[in-house]
Design a protein around this ligand. Structure first.
Ligand code: NAD
Length: 335
């Protein structure tokens, strides 16, 4: 145990959560976990003395990272690290880790649920029935999923899990991912495609890339214009992958048929947002990763990654390997 107690700080813990999963792991490193309960002044003070930082959605800008004069590690409790200024963290010699694979099943199930809800018009029919309308006139047009194509943009963990599940329903799978070899895509039973081929040939287009400068607005007016007018866009990855104003325009004009969205350019989705008044969309509040099991595991593993670094080991889910020359950490023994 270190002589001076180590301090981990959670920048934005879920309300009401006691963080026992994180605390149990951090205790292995002799570290306590502190939070500021929404008090920004207190958070600034805590960050200045933090040896480790656990973060969910709060932006960790270069300015915030400059406060971290003691921190060895930042752990993001999920996959995407687009809210962390990686260059600033690496420049400060701080290890950044994420929890890469604890919600693959949940997110792929959620994307599949959105595909099925759109295909079968579940939300639309549910709203009509509750409003007193036994209305089957709105069923058509309705494609048959077993004769349709799902286009996956990004072919990482979540997309591959979704591809397998969707194949079982009879969907043909196309995938666009410039960083994955064609033989890997083919090995999973999918057809490798260029982005243009995928946009033109898919009935459902589901996004599964990280948010980077290359993927911001990957789907804009031009790409929406290349889709079938019967196509649906599904986004469970990150809101800014899609130009939301162009999407609303495409939905309003009938350029495409509908969208299933878990993520938005601004979160929470503001009241009065035009998406909220469109019947052709199914919307969820950035909830795709959630299940009791996945949340518990994500929190435990976030604590584990922070504790590992504090104990002198490289964490699982290392995001910035270029920090290695700055940190004399060891490979954690197995077991
Ligand atoms: P992953 O790292 O396993 O896969 C991402 C894939 O995107 C990789 O195969 C990569 O090659 C590909 N890619 C990168 N840039 C690309 C580009 N320009 N064009 C096409 N493909 C590109 O990640 P994952 O676990 O599958 O997660 C995917 C994303 O889902 C995450 O980055 C995260 O933002 C998002 N996510 C959202 C939720 C949620 O709650 N809604 C939960 C988990 C993950």
């Amino acid at each position: 145990m270190p002589e001076t107690p180590l301090v981990a700080v959670h920048t934005d813990p879920p309300p009401g959560n006691t963080l026992e999963n994180e605390r149990a792991e951090l205790a292995r490193a002799g570290a306590t976990l502190e939070t500021a309960a929404g008090d920004e002044t207190l958070l600034t003070a805590l960050l200045q003395k933090a040896d480790a930082v656990i973060n969910t959605v709060k932006p960790l800008t270069a300015q915030t990272i400059a406060l971290l004069t003691r921190a060895q590690v930042i752990v993001r409790t999920g996959v995407g690290v687009d809210n962390v200024d990686l260059e600033a963290a690496t420049g400060a010699g701080i290890v950044v880790a994420c929890v890469p694979d604890a919600s693959v099943e949940e997110v792929s199930n959620h994307a599949l649920a959105l595909i099925l809800a759109l295909s079968r018009k579940i939300a639309l029919l549910d709203r009509a029935l509750r409003a007193g309308r036994w209305d089957r006139s709105m069923l058509a047009p309705m494609g048959s999923i077993s004769a349709q194509t799902l286009g996956l943009i990004g072919f990482g963990r979540i997309a591959q899990a979704l591809g397998l599940k969707a194949s079982a329903l009879g969907l043909r799978i196309m995938a666009f991912d410039p960083y994955v070899e064609d033989r890997v895509i083919e090995g999973m039973g999918a057809v490798p495609a260029s982005l243009d081929e995928l946009l033109a040939g898919s009935d459902f287009i589901s996004l599964h890339t990280p948010l980077t400068e290359q993927t911001r607005h990957l789907i804009g007016r031009e790409q929406l214009g290349r889709m079938k007018s019967s196509a649906f866009v599904i986004n469970t990855a990150r809101g800014p992958l899609v130009d939301q104003a162009a999407l609303v325009e495409a939905l309003t004009n009938g350029t495409i048929a509908g969208a299933g969205l878990d993520v938005y350019e601004t979160e929470p989705l503001p009241p009065g947002d035009p998406l909220l008044s469109l019947d052709s969309v199914v919307l969820t509040p950035h909830s795709a990763a959630f299940s009791d099991t996945s949340m518990k595991e994500i929190r435990r593993r976030a604590g584990e990654a922070a504790a590992d670094v504090l104990m002198g080991y490289w964490p699982r889910g290392l995001v910035n390997p270029s920090v290695k020359p700055r940190r004399p950490l060891k490979i954690k023994p197995a077991g």
